[in-house]
Design a protein around this ligand. Sequence first.
Ligand SMILES: NC(=O)c1ccc[n+]([C@@H]2O[C@H](COP(=O)([O-])OP(=O)(O)OC[C@H]3O[C@@H](n4cnc5c(N)ncnc54)[C@H](O)[C@@H]3O)[C@@H](O)[C@H]2O)c1
Length: 357
Amino acid sequence: MQGERQTILVTGGAGFIGGNFVLDTVGDFEVINLDALTYAGNPDTLASVSESPEHVFVHGRIGDRELVDRLLAEYRPSAVVNFAAETHVDRSIDGPKAFVQTNVVETHELLEAALSYWGALEGEDHDVFRFLHVSTDEVYGTLGPTGYFTEESPFRPNSPYAASKAASDHLVRAYHHTYGLPTLTTNCSNNYGPYHFPEKLIPLMILTALRGEPLPVYGDGQQIRDWLYVKDHCRAVLTVLEAGRPGETYNVGGHNERTNLEVVKTICALLDELAPDSPHAPHESLITFVTDRPGHDRRYAIDAGKIERELGWVPEETLETGLEKTVRWYLENRPWCEAVLSRGYRGERLGIRGGPA
Ligand SMILES: NC(=O)c1ccc[n+]([C@@H]2O[C@H](COP(=O)([O-])OP(=O)(O)OC[C@H]3O[C@@H](n4cnc5c(N)ncnc54)[C@H](O)[C@@H]3O)[C@@H](O)[C@H]2O)c1
C-alpha cells in the first residue's frame, strides 16, 4: 500500500458518478474498479482509461465476499470508495427488492470485507485506510418551503431507494462506532453532467427534446431540487477522502435550488441556442405535464457549510454553467447515448405502482 501512488478500490465505477470519479482520478491513483454492470453500468464511459495500466476493471458484485476479499488482498488499497448502488427512485417503487439487496445486504458484505482487511493491516497502512460511502440527501426526506438539511437532520426517507440508502448509512455509522472502521459518508444533492443514464430528469429531457417528443414533467413541476454538477461532487468525494475526519458525515450540495420545471425550461432554452438546426424549436413547446410520482418529495436543499468550513470545498459550477456544459456534452456525444438506448432503455415511464390513477 505504501509507495508513491496509492491504490483505491472504487465500486460502481461504471455508473454515472463513479464513472466520472474514475475518469478524474486514474493517474493520481491506481484505481481498481469493481462494477456489476447492471443496466446502469456502462463500460463505454470508461473507454478513455481502458488501456491505462492504472485502471483495472473487475466485473463483479460488492456482495461477492470471496471476490472482494481477493481484490483487497491482491491490490492492498488504501481506501474503498463505494458508489455501487441501485439508484433510480422510480425503479425502487416498481421493485424495491433489488435496492434492499445491493444497497443494504451487499453494502453490509462490503463493510465486512473492509473491516476484516483493515483489521489485518499494520502501522501506517492501518492508520491511513478509509472506507468512504457515497450517499444521498434523500435520506433526510422532504422539506417545506424553507430550511436546509444539515448533518444533524433526522433521517426520514420516503422512497424505497431513500430507505435503502438510509439503512446503508446507518450500517456505515455503526461499523465506525462499534468496530472503529475509519468510515466517511457523503450525502449529496441531485447530480447532473456527462455520462448520466438517460432515465434521470436532465439527460431524459435533453434526448427526448432532440427527438421532438413530449417532455414529461411530473405533477406540477414545482418540486425543488438542489442541483450539483457531477465534477463538483467528484472533487468533494476526493476532498473528504483525503481530509475528512473518520466517523463523520459531510453534506454536499450546489447551492442551486430550482424547480424541476425551471430546469426543463433552461434545458429547452439551451437547446434552442446550441442546436439551432433542430426542427423542434422552440423546445419548450414540447413540455407536457404527466401524473406525479407517488410520494414525490417536494423540496430538497442542502446546507453544505460543514464541508466548506472544515475542508474548504465549494462548488465551481452554477446550474447555468453546468447545464450548458452538460447540454454541449450530450450534443457532442451522441454515440454514447445511442449505445445506451440500443441496449433496450427507451425512456419508458416507470415508478407509478400504487400511485394515483
Ligand atoms: N445521481 C445522483 O444524483 C446522486 C446523488 C447523491 C448520491 N448518489 C449516490 O451516488 C452513488 C452513485 O450514483 P450514480 O448516480 O452514479 O448511480 P448509477 O445508477 O449511475 O451507477 C451505479 C453503478 O453501480 C453498479 N452496481 C449496482 N449494483 C452493484 C453491485 N451489487 N455490485 C457492484 N456494482 C453495482 C452499477 O452497475 C452502476 O455502474 C450511489 O450510491 C447513489 O446513491 C447519487
